[in-house]
Design a protein around this ligand. Structure first.
Ligand code: ADP
Length: 490
């Protein structure tokens, strides 16, 4: 048996998952889970990254005890965009800010004074957003941050953790592609954007491909954890969505949905599409496995349902997700719709009331019961997915035979069935652990254990549970979709 360790960090928690490969099948074992809370300091939002590294080492120690010499490699995936600066000796310069740090306020305008936003899109394929690394670096530039004078390298979060594990600095492609400073057409940094923002070129290092062996763990990591000294550190798909897409048992070029707190829906594309049409359709281009581009759209996801749950729990009704799904299932269908991406839903707090307000303000029947509210949220997510699929069809000129969905949200079967009905093609759901699977199969390719990601996806298909939801032939959602478009943002 060979064991590959995925370090999967989310904005609320992190975990180490061991992937056990017996030559034919892959099985997963969560060896360690820990909290990931940011820290507020003088109005700034930071990650407690050295603490996270401590938790990662604890996890590595548990894995080393459990799997010893069977451990082959380790790799990290995280959310996008966040980064740190290091000096030539490898010391952290300043803090490791969170993407929600307020320093990017007003920076979109500051960027557009330096370079037209359509040029930024043509070069990077990334939509404007407050969390883009470009805006955070511009904010530091405008403040005259002296760190730039001595900064040697910029590393994104998975790059930084890989450096602390291996002593090797590298910029991995999928995570670099989230920054709005990477050009997917030239497969190099977006030098025109970097120059326009007056960022020092020298901090942007060589971009390594997804699935690069960086080296072995350092002596100090081996001594602290008891892990084998030959344990390899891999730059896998460092962006968690790229790992999730890698871990779906689909054909190259497939249509996919990563369903969690966010829903990210996209297609694995042979080429980036940075045309004005793609810009207008709200699509972003991020790096994927096998030299592909993930052409995608971010939709607010199960966040809507999580926030309803939190609100009702705060008011004394602590429902499980399974109970909530039953309530939604029993409620009447297609009474009213919301646009999940409406800004009113973006912030925490009284989500049921916000859903009711949207329906009232758009002159639709107002859902009253918990089941009715959840049904509105669930069906609206499915209709929003259809809107994204229609954009992908029109921008790429392609048709899609099925949608592959992974992540925790696939356990919501009403959502999966509604999605199949709304889009009119089968939805193949599974695995829930797509991100860990993708991280692990990328390591298997990097270490020469398997030939390529296609073989890895075949192993996932054999090893993990999937379920197919076919569109209900009795129901066409075309009329519902037209009603949805009347209340939706474009
Ligand atoms: P994250 O993006 O935060 O990692 P996950 O992939 O863990 O999220 O997905 C969490 C979501 O999955 C929850 O918000 C919830 O809506 C959904 N979910 C989890 N378990 C169930 C269940 N048993 N039934 C229905 N939905 C579920």
């Amino acid at each position: 048996m060979q064991v590959f360790l995925a370090i999967d960090l989310g904005a609320g928690s992190g975990r180490l998952v061991a992937g056990k490969f017996d030559g034919a099948h892959l099985s997963l074992d969560e060896v360690h889970r820990f909290g990931n809370e940011g820290v507020e300091i003088n109005g700034g939002s930071y990650w407690d990254t050295t603490r996270l590294f401590h938790d990662i080492l604890d996890g590595l120690q548990i894995a080393a005890k459990r799997y010893g010499e069977s451990l082959v490699s380790v790799a990290t995936d995280t959310w996008g965009c966040d980064h740190a600066l290091l000096d030539a000796n490898g010391n952290l310069l300043g803090g490791h800010h969170q993407y929600r740090d307020p320093r990017s306020n007003g920076m979109q305008e500051a960027m557009s004074e330096r370079i037209p936003l359509d040029q930024v899109y043509a070069s990077t394929g990334i939509q404007p957003a407050f969390y883009n690394s470009s805006l955070h670096l511009l904010a530091e530039r405008i403040k005259g941050n002296p760190c730039f004078q001595i900064a040697h390298r910029l590393l994104f979060t998975p790059d930084l953790l890989a450096y602390w594990l291996s002593g090797v600095m590298a910029n991995e492609r999928s995570i670099a592609s989230t920054s709005q400073l990477y050009n997917p057409l030239t497969r190099d940094w977006a030098w025109d954007v970097i120059d326009a923002l007056e960022l020092p070129r020298s901090i942007f290092g060589e971009i390594v491909r997804i699935g690069t062996v960086l080296g072995e763990i350092t002596e100090s990591v081996a001594a602290r954890t008891g892990a084998p000294a030959k344990l390899k550190v891999v730059a896998s798909a460092g962006h968690d969505t790229a790992s999730a897409v890698a871990g779906l048992p689909m054909e190259r070029g497939g249509l996919w949905l990563s369903s969690g707190t966010w829903s990210i829906l996209g297609v694995e594309s042979e080429k980036p599409v940075t045309t004005p049409d793609a810009f207008a359709a709200g699509l972003s281009n991020e790096g994927g496995v096998n030299r592909t581009t993930r052409l995608l759209h971010n939709v607010s996801g199960l966040w809507l349902i999580q926030e309803c749950r939190r609100h009702w729990a705060d008011n004394g009704d602590d429902l499980s997700y399974a109970e909530m799904a039953d309530l939604a299932e029993a409620a009447p269908a297609h009474t009213a719709f919301i646009d999940p991406n409406d800004p009113s839903f973006a912030t925490p707090g009284d989500m049921p009331q916000k859903i009711q307000a949207f329906c009232r303000n758009s002159s639709q029947p107002v859902p009253e019961t918990k089941g009715e509210i959840l049904r509105v949220a669930t069906e609206s997510l499915a209709l929003k997915y259809r809107q994204v699929v229609e954009s992908l069809r029109s921008v790429t000129g392609r048709t899609f035979a099925q949608l592959h969905a992974g992540g925790g949200g696939i356990q919501n079967e009403l959502l999966m069935q509604s999605t199949a009905n709304a889009i009119g093609i089968p939805v193949v759901s599974g695995p829930t652990e797509a991100t860990s699977c993708g991280n692990i199969i990328t390591q298997m390719v990097a270490t020469g254990t398997i030939r390529d990601v296609t073989e890895g996806r075949g192993i996932v298909a054999r090893s993990m549970e999937t379920k197919t939801f076919t569109p209900d032939p009795e129901q066409s959602w075309d009329a519902h979709y037209q009603r949805f478009l009347a209340i939706a943002h474009h």
